[in-house]
Design a protein around this ligand. Structure first.
Ligand SMILES: [Zn+2]
Length: 293
């Protein structure tokens, strides 16, 4: 099904593909931000898989490109109204194009037992699940079924599809953040592979696809925190993303001065060898293990 949603002189096609019937209903959305194409690619792979292997129980509804006008520009926001669609849920049926599309997505995901919204983060970050896992037990149990290594605590910014779905409708919802590729419009294939396999595991965990869950449950962490270089200069990394560090471990050097880890944490991103400047001094991003497990 393709719905056409428009404001004066502008129209956007919202593609909705559904497999199976009955409960549970799982909604997978991608392309809310038009430059996050690894998520779109992964949603399309899921559609291809469900064509071959429809659910044996329940319904999977996939919205592979929520924001096609933004994707056509490889931009985060639609060029027609400049709105960040992931700040305006549940949308507005008489608003601008992005607000109307958001309202249509809100309707399409109504009644879903679970929502997974595919996004992309910066290219140097590890992939992660983003959830309000300390706010709602059901959000934590939902994320636990997604077999990717890391769940990060969301700051809970309102207007996002997953935060509004959790709070207004009590739905189990989260984001999966996939690192983007280096090139504009590029797909990060290893990140997509990880996410695609985790989505199949998620459906297996609900008895919707044949077979056992193959991957491992994720570990839960607090929010993402940046480490800043003390000043402008040449940053030379020593550690890599994915490493566990203790307080005081040297992450890299700024010119010849060591930059230590402030606390025991998982390194989620480390900037490559580069010059850093005032205004953008962050050289690493980390997360601390959460106690909620
Ligand atoms: Zn996004």
């Amino acid at each position: 099904m393709v719905k056409h949603i428009g404001e004066t002189g502008v129209e956007s096609a919202l593609e909705v593909v559904e497999y199976g019937a009955g409960k549970p209903v799982i909604a997978v959305t991608a392309g809310v931000h038009g430059d996050e194409v690894t998520g779109v690619y992964t949603a399309r792979r899921l559609i291809g898989e469900l064509e071959k292997q429809p659910p044996i129980k329940g319904t999977v509804r996939v919205l592979p490109v929520v924001n096609p006008t933004a994707m056509r520009c490889l931009a985060r926001r639609s060029p027609f109204d400049g709105a960040d669609m992931n700040r305006i849920f549940p949308g507005n049926t008489s608003g601008s194009l992005s607000e109307r599309v958001a309202a249509a997505v809100w309707t399409q995901t109504e009644g879903a037992d679970a929502i997974i919204d595919l996004h992309c983060c910066s290219q140097h970050l590890l992939p992660y699940i983003l959830a309000v896992h300390e706010e709602f037990d059901f959000a934590r149990e939902h994320a636990r079924r997604i077999t990717m290594p890391v769940v990060i605590r969301s700051e809970g910014t309102p207007g996002q599809l997953f935060t509004e779905a959790c709070r207004r409708r009590g739905q189990a919802a989260c984001i999966i953040e996939l690192p983007s590729a280096a090139s504009e419009g590029g797909v990060n294939k290893p990140a997509s592979d990880l996410c695609f396999n985790a989505l199949l595991d998620f459906l297996r965990s609900h008895g919707m696809l044949e077979g056992e869950v193959k991957g491992r449950e994720p570990s839960f962490y607090g929010g993402l925190t940046d480490v800043n270089a003390p000043r402008a200069g040449l940053w030379t990394p020593v550690r890599e993303a994915g490493a566990f560090v203790s307080a005081g471990d040297v992450l890299g050097t700024l010119d010849d001065e060591p930059v230590p880890a402030p606390e025991e944490a998982l390194l989620m991103a480390v900037r490559p060898l580069c010059y850093v400047f005032e205004g953008r001094l962050e050289v690493a991003t980390y997360a601390v293990r959460a106690y909620c497990e």
